[in-house]
Write a protein that binds this ligand. Structure first.
Ligand code: AMP
Length: 407
């Protein structure tokens, strides 16, 4: 049973989904979590997961408001509503307006709204979630935790594209980076678990899920990252291409009839592991197919590992020193194969895989997967974005509003 007013509700509002978690910040595992899906559709459902198990309920025609009402009814049923201290909202894009998480005020909402153009698929639904939650829970603090904020410490040489500076000044065209909450969490964990100096360390963190990015973290600060203006840049992802010559994009638009809508779908939805394998965007499925001899699946995994290793090597050059490479996300935490293929390619950096350890650390088990003498080392650390959001939320809710606009 949670103690008085110690619970944080974490909300991640997508275009047709609402993901939630109820966290007691004193513990890493949420007390309750779940997902409302296909919102706005007759097929919409909501599921609730706790230590006792998982149950799914229909939410016919339910929108975000109906989903949040279902969550709040569940909390009321457990007599947890009175224990709710604050709400933490995941927001994808904060551009240069947010260098850290922020207590939500009308100014903060306007600032998030001002970033809508940079994340048209992500920020508007987050604002829908924020507005509904503010209306339903007006008496407790709400906090925005932004995916881009952690990367605001990058220097101009890391975040600028070599295009006319007017595009940066007038259109905000620069690299922002994403997955910041995950990179921040695993970097903090790596320092603790590997016994590193919190004021003197160098890490490359690789968040490998359906979306994938790698970040160079120097002394707790992001100094470089693989994603750019949008989450399309960088690594090979489930359905995103990652890096591609902009000239190839122009070539296809000139010669193959793609317009911006078609090109957007091509690069974001039809590329990556799916496009390469011509089979699936799902790493687990590709591993099974590759083992059964599927050439496309094997090739997709090879390109994924090659690109990743090349990025890790490149990002290491943004650091003073490389202490560790950290794998996280669905693939990073669960695929010994992808980790082995990647670490094998990192031999020039001095990494040597401990095969037994690599097989052992899966499904949330953290540990070092390189041999004892290997410097730098490689480690698997399970990410926990919900807990990180809850921790920021609890901290800001406790501290109260900051007088200046500096977020
Ligand atoms: P995420 O977006 O972090 O949930 O990660 C999703 C990705 O993790 C998908 O490509 C899954 O196939 C992959 N994944 C999850 N479990 C495994 C596993 N046991 N082996 C390989 N890939 C996995």
């Amino acid at each position: 049973m949670p103690p008085d007013a110690s619970l944080i509700l974490v909300l991640n509002s997508g275009s047709s989904s609402l993901k939630f978690a109820v966290q007691d910040t004193a513990q890493r595992t949420p007390l309750l979590s779940g997902l409302a899906e296909r919102l706005g559709n007759t097929q919409s459902t909501i599921n609730f997961k706790d230590a006792q198990g998982k149950r799914t309920e229909p939410l016919p025609g339910g929108d975000h408001a109906a989903a949040l009402d279902a969550v709040l009814a569940e909390l009321a049923g457990r007599s947890w509503l009175g224990a709710l201290a604050a709400v933490g909202h995941r927001v994808v894009h904060g551009a240069e307006r947010f260098t850290s998480s922020a207590l939500i005020t009308p100014t903060v909402i306007a600032d998030i709204e001002a970033c809508n153009e940079l994340a048209p698929l992500h920020n508007p639904p987050a604002l829908v979630g924020i507005r509904i939650a503010l209306a339903r829970l007006p008496d407790i603090p709400h906090v925005a935790v932004l995916d881009t904020a952690f990367h605001q410490t990058m220097a101009p040489e890391a975040y600028l594209y070599a295009v006319p500076m007017a595009l940066y000044r007038e259109h905000g065209v620069r690299r922002y980076g994403f997955h910041g909450t995950s990179h921040r969490f695993v970097a903090l964990e790596a320092v603790a678990q590997l016994g590193l100096d919190s004021a003197d360390h160098g890490l490359v963190t690789a968040h490998l899920g359906n979306g994938a990015s790698a970040t160079a973290v120097q002394d707790g600060r992001s100094v470089d990252t693989s994603m750019g203006l949008t989450p399309l840049e960088g690594l090979v992802m489930g359905t995103r291409s990652g890096d591609i010559d902009a000239g190839a994009v122009l070539h296809l638009m000139r010669t193959a009839g793609y317009d911006t809508v078609g090109m957007d779908a091509l690069l974001n939805k039809q590329s990556g592991l799916l496009g390469l394998s011509e089979l699936s965007n799902d790493c687990r499925e590709l591993e099974a197919a590759a083992a059964a001899g599927h050439a496309g699946a094997k090739l997709a995994l090879e390109v994924f590992a090659h690109r990743l290793a090349r990025y890790i090597g490149g990002l290491a050059m943004s650091l003073r020193r490389l202490d560790a490479v950290v794998f996280t996300g669905g693939i990073g935490e669960n695929s010994p194969l992808v980790r082995a293929m990647t670490v094998a390619r990192l031999r020039p950096l001095g990494l040597v895989l401990d095969e037994a350890a690599n097989e052992r650390f899966i499904r949330g088990a953290d540990g070092v997967i390189t041999t004892a003498g290997s410097t730098p080392c490689a480690a698997v650390i399970a990410t926990n974005e919900e807990w990180m959001i809850a921790r920021d939320t609890a901290e800001l809710a406790h501290r109260g509003p900051t007088p200046s606009k500096a977020h």
